[in-house]
Design a protein around this ligand. Structure first.
Ligand SMILES: Cc1ncc(COP(=O)(O)O)c(C=O)c1O
Ligand SMILES: N[C@@H](CCCC[NH3+])C(=O)O
Length: 418
């Protein structure tokens, strides 16, 4: 149960809030998140790890709304960040920087300095050049930097090529064959303290085996490092656990954790998870209204008021997300539609070949939109970004207001004298 369900009146609710009313009150397109779902998903990881020393570092990139981060921070969550901007958000949302892991291939000096000032848990380092840079920045500050090397285990995660990260051809991490040597180089750098080993092999994985294959390789590396006198304190398995968009049956966090715990027995390692999608995706829907129906010879189009600038996953990865009527009691004729937005791009679609019973003005919900939804939104075609609302039982809160038109050119300037 994800707390977005039809109730007895045939209408879709987010927890105890009627989504028809929310759309009327706040307009569309509208992102709606469920606090109870976010909490349940985070707790599933926390409880799965159980007695093992662990840190659940929610991947901020999946949904960085301050209220979302704050809900998780209140549970004691750590955070996986990839920029100084994300660190600022974590702090603004009341998150603890001491539970932050900093991933990403292109950390700038100022971002490294910010992380060190805030005393983050660990830098997940992706290259030798970055090790040297962190060492140098830490030296100028007279501090030591906690580091972990992101190892690329060359494993096919079996996911979409754009969201696969653990193969040799991907830009991420350090090839596993070089890892031991590079750890030795890191150990010789005066300002680095080696804390961990990490990996992240891709996103939306629906099988456990690639994760476990990666962990086995990492544990063998950790044993090798011990022989070199390098003692690893934590193992960060990254994120990537998939969710159900359609008929996928991704592994449950508890099954994943059970397999990990078997492998960690007898080892003194803190376990770090970096889940993003598994926590946020099904904690959100995107509400959108049908603007026009446009029947055609080859296709029928339902033109809705959400577009690829609001939700780019279908255009970018051919991702499939369920699209359902918010009021299931309305009697209309069914037809097969491509659900498209108003943007001037052929790739601007939210769903293709969907059978729906709709007329102009009807309200639709795009499910599983809580992760990689609003965070990837843009102002393309000068469209203001949607508002975001959080439901919490029978209460709801606007957690980000819809952009005003003037927001679209804030910070832009005409040339003088014109
Ligand atoms: C380093 C790292 N950690 C965690 C995540 C979160 O991934 P997911 O949302 O698939 O759990 C990502 C994104 O794929 C990532 O690049
Ligand atoms: N944005 C991607 C996931 C990227 C994961 C980040 N490493 C998606 O929507 O599926």
């Amino acid at each position: 149960m994800d707390y977005f369900n039809y109730q007895d009146d045939g209408r879709l609710y987010g927890e105890a809030c009627d989504l028809t009313r929310l759309a009327e009150q706040h307009g569309t397109p509208l992102y709606v998140y469920s606090r109870a779902t976010l909490e349940r998903h985070w707790n599933a990881f926390d409880q799965a790890a159980g007695e093992v020393d662990h840190l659940v570092c929610y991947a901020v990139k999946a949904n960085s709304n301050l209220a979302v981060l704050n809900v998780l921070a209140r549970l004691g969550s750590g955070f996986d960040i990839v920029s100084g901007g994300e660190l600022s958000r974590v702090i603004a949302a009341g998150g603890d920087p001491k539970k932050v892991v900093f991933s990403g291939v292109g950390k700038r000096d100022d971002e490294i300095r910010f992380g060190l000032e805030q005393g983050i848990f660990c830098f997940n380092v992706e290259s030798v050049a970055e090790l040297a840079r962190i060492n140098r920045v830490a030296e100028t500050m007279g501090v030591k930097a906690p580091v972990s090397i992101r190892v690329n285990p060359d494993i096919d995660a079996g996911t979409h090529p754009y969201i696969s990260t653990g193969l040799k051809e991907n830009k991420f991490g350090i090839p596993i064959e070089q890892a031991r040597d590079i750890y030795r180089q890191a150990a010789a750098m005066s300002q680095l303290e080696i804390h961990g080993v990490d990996c992240h092999i891709g996103s939306q994985l629906t099988e456990l085996s690639p994760f476990l294959e990666a962990v086995d390789k990492l544990l063998a590396l950790i044993d090798g490092l011990a022989e070199d006198g390098i003692h690893i304190r934590h193992l960060d398995v990254g994120g990537g656990l998939g969710v159900r968009y359609d008929d996928e049956t991704p592994p449950e966090p508890r099954h994943y954790a059970e397999e990990l715990k078997k492998r960690l027995q007898g080892r003194n390692l803190t376990l770090v998870f970096e889940p993003g999608r598994a926590i946020a995706a099904n904690a959100g829907v995107l509400l959108t209204r049908v603007e026009h129906l446009k029947p055609g010879e080859a296709k029928n189009f339902a033109i809705v008021d959400a577009a690829m600038n609001d939700l780019i996953r279908p255009a970018l990865y051919s991702a499939w997300q369920a699209i359902i009527p918010v009021d299931s009691t309305l009697q209309r004729d069914a037809a097969v539609y491509d659900i498209v937005g108003p943007i001037c791009e052929t790739g601007d679609f939210i769903g293709k070949d969907r059978t729906l019973s709709i007329i102009e003005g009807d309200l639709l919900a795009v499910r599983s939109a809580g992760a990689y939804g609003f965070v990837m939104a843009s102002n393309y075609n000068s469209r203001p970004r949607a508002a975001e609302v959080m439901v919490d039982g029978d209460q709801h809160y606007v957690v980000r207001e819809r952009e005003e038109l003037a927001d679209l050119w804030r910070g832009e300037h005409l040339l003088p004298g014109a």
